[in-house]
Design a binder for this molecule. Sequence first.
Ligand code: KIV
Ligand code: ZN
Length: 513
Amino acid sequence: MSERVYVFDTTLRDGEQAAGSRLDVREKLDIAHQLARLNVDIIEAGFPQSSPQDFEAVRILCAEIQGPVICALSRAVLPDIDKCGEALRGGTRTRIHTGLGVSDVHVMGKFGDAKYGTTLAAKKAKLLDMAIKAVRHAKGYTADVEFYAEDSGRADRAFLFEVLQGVIEAGATVLNIPDTTGYAVPEQYGALIRDIRVHVPGAAGVTVSAHCHDDLGMAVANSLAAVANGARQVEGTINGIGERAGNAAIEEVVMALRTRADVFGVETAINTREFCRTSRMVADAFHMTVPPNKAIVGPNAFAHSSGIHVDGVLKQRETYEIMSPEDVGAQESRVVLTARTGHHGLKHRLEKLGHRLSETELDRVYQRFLVVADKKREVFDEDLNAIIRDEIHPVPETFRMEYLNTTAGTGTIPTATVRIRRGAQATQQAACGDGPIDAAYQAISAATGIEVKLTGYDIRAVSAGKDALGEVTVRLEPAKGSAVLGRGASTDIIEASARAYLDGLNRIVAEQG
Ligand code: KIV
Ligand code: ZN
């Protein structure tokens, strides 16, 4: 029997720290259902003290998700831990993940205030005490307590080992050794894991966990080196999303462990056939595109095009393939829906995609589906995900577009006319611009009376074909308050652009109350 490596998914916490990302609770729940189908061992659902939304996400996941342990993050301070305890209260399998920075840079920087001591040595003594107290406090809420020693990759070993010994004695059951800044290289990180297991008293009796960031492109390699040296939990995110360059990509770590079981001699419980579906769902929710050449889940990860390769694969697949596409769900039928697909067929497909809707929500999605299916011959999964985002996760619709007409072409001045409804009042405005989209934005600004700076515009086709849905994301900066992202999808890119702009304005109104 191979030893088991546990998979700790932090897509909803560290992944959500990716620049410009924010999921609502419902989106988190949909992804968590899919992570449960993928059979990850632990889902880190959020940092309850950081926001009411994170608190709610942890609480809802505890109530709804069966199977994986639900984990909540905290700093090593008692009020944070109390918030985790409160959010996890309804769960059956729960974990608190608490910790603090241990490298000298973190000790002097994050804990620079004199209340933590005035010398490096005094601060370290204070942090050791805080770490121990945090773990003891967390044990009051759950037996399963993970401690993270942030920036272990750059930490002074003597202090790191002292902290780890202290928290083991306080009851920590998992030791997380984050390479927070992605500074480590595989040989060094592997050796660190080995030395912790050998030299820290008590470490052999707890699980050592790898948590690697990808700043130097080595997060997966470092995680594998950790497993080779005795780590029995790996932390990562789907598609490797996360803070800065992101985290270790779970699909890559797991498939490397599986494909090279001859080297690692371990196994995970992951249902690898769910990888592609999970990857698409996460990319979609975070509004990211999976690069075509992304290992395991990229659209081209199993595509052969050169004559020699195609010929070789057709004769014998193993010539150029080390994994089969079915094993990661790459050949999962991308069932194509058409206008003739009924309510029932749509519901079934949506459930396969991880969307559980109430009957009223399903009706709404079905109506929108029919409109799209009428314009496109085939509706793909990606189209459905875009429809779901528009219909089920919208921001409160203060402004609603009732009408949009644009004219553009060689020799004409681009103009747009819009009618925007706010409650009982509808306002019509026309404007000219540099192009039809600019004209539509001018007209919408005039109709809503909200001036913003457009600081980002991105368009992508969410599925294949010339009749694909186009999805537009805009970044809008209001005169006061922080920037927002707005999204909109349509087969008509001018309409998608206008919907995205209006979505951004609705978001600004919602955030500013
Ligand atoms: O990278 C890191 O150090 C973390 C911890 C908060 C676990 O994400
Ligand atoms: Zn991290």
